[in-house]
Design a protein around this ligand. Structure first.
Ligand SMILES: [Zn+2]
Length: 300
């Protein structure tokens, strides 16, 4: 990926940003955001990057007017796309995450009159665009759940799971393919049904290994046909040959450090957005076209 200076040079004008967005959204033909038609769509000559759709379901002759921003995370914005893009790009290159406050300082400087909440909002809009693909992991896969929040982050994991230690915390679960992608989500609880369902959704039946800890919620995986092996964290066993969850452990610790260090307080409502962000960065760590790809999913 480019340095931020190179990025600034490339995305120097609103015109360039709009043209770039148009190419990302509609590489072949302009598509109506309402009816998804590509026929009977006409450029509005007097207004660049505006079109009218005259398909019957969009009002026929009177038509439905839309712009390059309609139906995207930028809709109705008063902020220049240049600033939006820079925020999105900074989020992609910040390996450990970047708080809205830091972001605000980078973009607007220390003593500007601009509103910090606008920056915070823009960061969240980008996170919502960073939704992952619905794929199933293959190869060697690690699955583990953890809890986010509270002040017990230094306690050993086995003491935190279950019982009163989890009060006020939010459970999240993740699956990571070694050298591959990570998929993570917030879960309501860590019962067997919830854990099983997550594995079935995210892990292909054709994996060579599913490694977890000894949580009883995973006990049906073998019977269900998965090549499931466990390490007994409670007995101090963390690695047994290929059986370990250290890739996912690293992802969780990066995620938790990012949230604790930069974000201070994350409510349950926003946790899925932060999971989006950290997963998206991980999953695109070798993708040189990640910004372009992100723009293709910026529709709401
Ligand atoms: Zn239409």
């Amino acid at each position: 990926m480019k340095t931020i200076d190179a990025f600034d040079k490339q995305f120097a004008t609103e015109e360039f940003c709009r043209a770039f967005l148009a190419k990302a959204r509609w590489p072949k033909q302009v598509e109506c955001p309402r009816c998804h038609g590509t026929q009977k769509i006409y450029k509005l000559k007097a207004r660049p990057y505006h079109w009218v759709c005259k398909n019957a379901c969009c009002g026929g002759r009177n038509g439905y007017r839309f712009s390059i921003l309609t139906g995207t995370i930028f809709q109705d914005t008063k902020i220049p796309l240049k600033i939006w893009f820079k925020i999105g790009y900074l989020m992609l290159i910040a390996k450990k995450g970047i708080s809205a406050l830091q972001m605000h300082r980078v973009i607007f400087g220390e003593d500007s009159g601009s509103d910090y909440h606008t920056t915070w909002y823009m960061c969240h809009r980008w996170r919502s665009a960073m939704k992952g693909e619905a794929i199933q992991l293959t190869g060697e896969v690690e699955v583990d759940e953890t809890f986010i929040g509270g002040r017990e982050k230094n306690k050993h994991k086995s003491r935190r799971i279950g019982g009163s230690g989890t009060t006020g915390k939010v459970a999240v679960i993740g699956a990571i393919a070694r050298k591959g992608m990570v998929l993570a989500k917030v879960i309501e609880n860590t019962d067997t049904q919830t854990l099983n369902q997550f594995v079935r959704q995210t892990v292909s039946e054709h994996v060579s290994l599913v490694a977890t800890d000894e949580h009883s919620g995973y006990r049906h995986l073998k019977k269900d046909g998965y090549p499931h092996e466990t390490v007994k964290h409670g007995k101090g066993e963390y690695v047994r040959g290929l059986v370990h969850t250290s890739n996912l452990d690293s992802f969780w610790s990066l995620f938790k450090r990012g949230i604790m260090g930069s974000f201070h307080h994350v409510s349950k409502e926003y946790l899925p957005l932060y999971l989006n962000e950290f997963s998206y960065r991980h999953n695109n760590r070798k993708n040189p076209e990640v910004f372009l790809d992100l723009l293709t999913t910026c529709g709401k």
